[in-house]
Design a binder for this molecule. Structure first.
Ligand SMILES: CC(C)(COP(=O)(O)OP(=O)(O)OC[C@H]1O[C@@H](n2cnc3c(N)ncnc32)[C@H](O)[C@@H]1OP(=O)(O)O)[C@@H](O)C(=O)NCCC(=O)NCCS
Length: 191
């Protein structure tokens, strides 16, 4: 092998070693952060904080992706009455860190709803943790297939969790504007 070839090998080995070290450090960081997160069932006293988390997350994550009418529709849709009714009928989880609600998700029947993670805590594995909790509930209830409506920016998140896309669809909102979303599902138990 030429001198150039050897150098290439050494540089490539060095590069892949540092990629591994960075990936490992990121995994360890995610694990440490997860340890400080407490997951528990939603309580009535969480309502204001959960609603605030949802509105803030919609504002931060949907602006620029959805039109203003669609953003408003999402905020109205996730109103206090629906949050309470779904929590009573199904199961709502809240993720807390240092006493602050930083994530939430709900399952009603076989439908997963209202999965939100505070933007400051996204991409650290919290959404995955919330989904694991909700899917675990579904399995306990003997539900074999769960479905959900995924917003445009969350589709890749659900893809990575094994959800399949049934269709891309939309609903009409104010001023004849469109709100696009995906219907997705996942088989948890093969009966
Ligand atoms: C969607 C959402 C809940 C994801 O929460 P999160 O804590 O950031 O997600 P995680 O860190 O657990 O990510 C889990 C996996 O999904 C992937 N993922 C998450 N968001 C992604 C994105 N926008 N693009 C590509 N991949 C993404 C991550 O890479 C990760 O994969 P990995 O574990 O193999 O690295 C969060 O971004 C959110 O609240 N978004 C706005 C509200 C929303 O749209 N909710 C869904 C309602 S339908």
């Amino acid at each position: 092998m030429s001198t150039h070839g050897w150098w290439r090998l050494i540089i490539d080995a060095g590069n892949s070693a540092s990629v591994c070290i960075v990936a490992r450090a990121q995994r360890l960081k995610k694990m440490a952060e997860k340890k400080n997160v407490k997951m528990r069932k939603f309580e009535r006293a969480d309502l204001a904080e959960v609603k605030n988390l949802i509105d803030q997350t919609i504002g931060a994550c949907y602006r620029g992706v959805y039109c203003a009418e669609a953003v408003q529709f999402f905020k109205d849709w996730h109103c206090i009455d629906r949050i309470l009714a779904d929590a009573e009928e199904g199961y709502t989880v809240v993720a807390k860190q240092g006493g602050q609600v930083i994530g939430t998700g709900t399952i009603v029947g076989n439908e997963i709803k209202r999965v939100f993670v505070d933007p400051a805590f996204q991409n650290r594995g919290l959404g995955r943790l919330i989904m694991r909790e909700l899917e675990g509930r579904a399995i306990l209830m003997g539900i074999g297939v769960v479905n959900l409506d995924a917003s445009l920016p969350s589709k890749k998140f659900y893809d990575s969790l094994g959800y399949i896309t049934l269709e891309k669809t939309f609903r009409e909102v104010e001023n004849n504007k469109r709100l696009d979303f995906y219907r997705m599902e996942k088989t948890l138990i093969n009966k």
